[in-house]
Design a protein around this ligand. Structure first.
Ligand code: GLV
Ligand code: MN
Ligand code: MN
Length: 408
């Protein structure tokens, strides 16, 4: 029987991993959830089949090391995340984590050791959907621990400390997740946008990653009777929030490359015949440069405050996440470009509008990303899709990069 190709095995594993969900038939694998734990266990089982010993680190990443020729050689770290958004696609994150494993399997099958060790990482918290704090996994690796984040609670009142403990992490020793001896970090990821498809190119090399600011908002008005309260005497929190959402959209539309999203909005008490007394929503603002993003966030806050004042409602704005933009390391960009060319794919250089663990890893080590074309540019959606051929060429380019990598 013909041997299964690495790309086929990778595509099959992506399908298998997609079955780990807390909300079937949808794929929802929020960080530190029971399905995330089961996916981590499966990932560990696959790394063990390749002869590696894998572990869950204190902040909830899965990590495994493939030694180099010399003991204690510096490590090239490769991987991506295995948490998902709600009703997700199966490639965002999982592709890069499983591709890292596949590259090491290729080396192990040939009993080939490199000058560098390879560290595989499957990050645990890239999406930031369950807890306001996000990128906890990569932040732990670079040593940026914020123990106060452990007190944050999810929508069901479970704290990050409790979730991390149940997952197999160690909330009392977050500092022990800090990685040492890392030479560089590289992440393979789907593009999540339409550029590669439009240009007929399977691969892209990321030049820079947009920075992001996230805030949570509480608007407080007065709940009241929907029939008995005249319109001019109301303090409707949801109507005020709606006006704020449109102000946010207008500010983002006013500037090229700036984007802003209200992805979640809840009204309380939430009954057909009650004026909403409270509205809560999230804001996510992104731009390639940090200064325009910060200016936009300040303008949005001022506009919201003016709306709140005019409508007589209270406004509480809490920043929940701040990630500076990252310019990918020139040595990694050049190395990925050469690897892509070597496997026959002339890559497109492009920025990433989406956030990635790479932007945190890049704060301490040279870092970069390889993008693979995805169908229709669709992501954060169950329709996410890549072709087996593109998967094969991306895997070949990643393997080539790893084989040619030289620590400085
Ligand atoms: C992660 O997918 C993000 O950019 O929000
Ligand atoms: Mn991702
Ligand atoms: Mn994502």
């Amino acid at each position: 029987m013909a041997k299964e190709s690495p790309a086929r095995r990778l595509m099959a594993r992506l399908d298998e991993l997609a079955a780990f969900t807390d909300d079937p038939p949808k794929l929802t694998r929020l960080c530190l959830s029971p399905s995330h734990r089961r996916a981590a266990e499966q990932f560990i089982a696959w790394t063990q089949e390749a002869g590696l010993s894998a572990r869950i680190d204190p902040v909830g990443n899965v990590r495994a090391r493939y030694e180099g020729r010399r003991p204690n050689a510096p490590a090239l770290m490769i991987g991506s995340h295995i948490d998902t958004v709600r009703d997700a696609g199966r490639y965002d994150g999982a592709l890069g984590a499983l591709a890292a494993l596949s590259v090491v399997e290729g080396l192990a099958a040939q009993q080939r050791r490199l000058d560098v060790a390879i560290e595989i990482v499957a990050f645990g918290d890239e999406e930031g959907v369950r807890f306001p704090h996000t990128l906890t996994g990569s932040r732990g690796l670079v040593g940026l621990n914020e123990p106060e984040a452990l007190a944050q609670k999810d929508a069901d009142g479970v704290s990050m400390r409790e979730a991390l403990q149940a997952f197999g992490g160690d909330p009392d020793h977050l500092g022990a997740a800090r990685a040492e001896g890392v030479a560089a970090f590289v992440e393979l990821h789907i593009e999540q946008g339409p550029v590669l498809e439009a240009e007929g190119k399977p691969l892209g090399i990321v030049t820079a990653i947009n920075g992001a600011t996230r805030l949570s908002v509480v608007v407080t008005g007065a709940a009241g009777h929907a029939g008995a309260s005249p319109m001019n005497l109301r303090r409707d929190a949801l109507a005020a929030a709606a006006e704020m959402v449109l102000a946010i959209e207008a500010r983002a539309r006013s500037e090229d490359e700036l984007v802003a999203t209200v992805g979640r909005l809840d009204a309380e008490p939430g009954a057909v015949n009650v004026i909403p007394g409270r509205a809560r929503f999230s804001i996510d603002v992104r731009a390639p440069l940090d200064e325009p993003r910060r200016r936009a966030v300040a303008d949005i806050a001022a506009a919201m405050s003016a709306i709140a004042g005019r409508r007589g409602v209270g406004l509480e704005l809490t920043p929940t996440h701040e990630a500076a933009g990252y310019v990918c390391h020139p040595k990694i960009v050049a190395g990925l470009e050469a690897a892509a060319v070597a496997v026959g794919a002339a890559p497109r250089l492009l920025p990433s509008g989406a956030g990635h663990d790479t932007m945190v890893m890049g704060q301490r080590w040279p870092a970069g990303m390889l993008f693979v074309r995805c169908k229709g540019g669709v992501s954060h959606n169950p329709a996410e899709s890549i072709s087996p051929d593109d998967c094969a060429i991306a895997l070949a380019a990643l393997a080539r990069f790893v084989e040619d990598f030289r620590a400085a």
